[in-house]
Design a protein around this ligand. Structure first.
Ligand code: ZN
Length: 279
């Protein structure tokens, strides 16, 4: 699933491509993608793109006269520019002689488009925690939100209500950089660890954005190859800091990766059941 860095790069590139351009036509090819009934998608025609920006993993296209198109790619969605409407397209905006196509790979139908007149009351945004690059996200915020929380720090990091934009890939990288155990109960975080978690969150995401920009260039691509990761998908590989073998705990559809030497005081967590006894 794309996370903050991938969406950030896509937003920058999409912005360069469509800002100030007018929507000449619109096609709703697969109705599932549109989650709002009013205003009608036809209302997009003849509006001009004012801005493209990101909120968490959502992409916001702001139009003039005022209307917002909000897109969440979820697991398999993508945006491409093409001169014809492709078969895998769900939604198409015609701009100039090209189309901006919202597509979905495979048979999943989970990506979402919302058309709304104002974003202040858009419910999914009200539920989102602060952006990692916002002023609201601070070490004090982490300590406050972790108070009384028995969940693992890893689980808190991927909770969009605590902080928006981080998923199961970058949570591993952030905790490795901060030298914090992913399995530590959130309420046990120390002031120093909260400080490190804050610094590592921004550092890891910022670095990932740079790496992805290098790989993607100016293309519209939700790049999900992450060859620059240090622990994510590196099970059995040597830790880049201390050379200890990277361990993992695997779950149904994801895994937590960590260095036992750098992060868990040598403890190895084999599975969910066992890890409960090792806390
Ligand atoms: Zn290590």
């Amino acid at each position: 699933m794309p996370e903050l860095p991938e969406v950030e790069v896509l937003v920058k590139n999409l912005k360069k491509m469509i800002v100030q351009r007018k929507i000449r036509d619109v096609q709703l090819i697969k109705p599932y993608i549109l989650k709002t009934a009013k205003p009608s998608f036809r209302e997009l025609v003849n509006r001009r793109v004012q801005d493209v920006r990101r909120r968490g993993k959502y992409i916001i296209v702001e139009l003039y006269p005022t209307l917002f198109l909000i897109y969440h790619p979820k697991l398999t969605g993508s945006i491409v520019r093409n001169n014809i409407v492709r078969r895998d397209s769900s939604f198409a905006l015609k701009m100039g002689n090209d189309y901006i196509l919202f597509s979905e790979a495979g048979t999943k139908k989970i990506s979402e488009i919302y058309l709304i007149e104002g974003i202040e009351n858009f419910k999914p945004f009200r539920l989102l925690g602060p952006d990692p690059f916002s002023q609201e996200f601070t070490p004090q915020y982490i300590v406050k939100k972790f108070r009384g929380q028995g969940s693992w720090i890893f689980t808190m990091l991927i909770n969009q209500r605590f902080i928006s934009g981080i998923g199961k890939a970058y949570a591993n990288e952030i905790l490795f950089d901060a030298k914090i155990s992913p399995f530590k109960p959130a309420r046990q975080i120390t002031t120093e660890e909260a400080e490190n978690l804050y610094i590592s969150t921004r550092k890891v995401l910022r670095k990932a954005i740079k790496e992805i920009e290098k790989m993607v260039g100016d293309r519209l691509l939700l790049q999900e190859k992450r060859p620059f990761t240090k622990v994510y998908r590196k099970k059995g590989k040597p830790c880049p800091v201390c050379s200890t073998e990277i361990e993992w705990v695997s779950f149904k559809d994801y895994a937590i990766y960590y260095c036992p030497n750098c992060q868990t005081g040598g403890k190895i967590f084999k599975d969910r059941r066992l890890s409960k006894f090792l806390k």
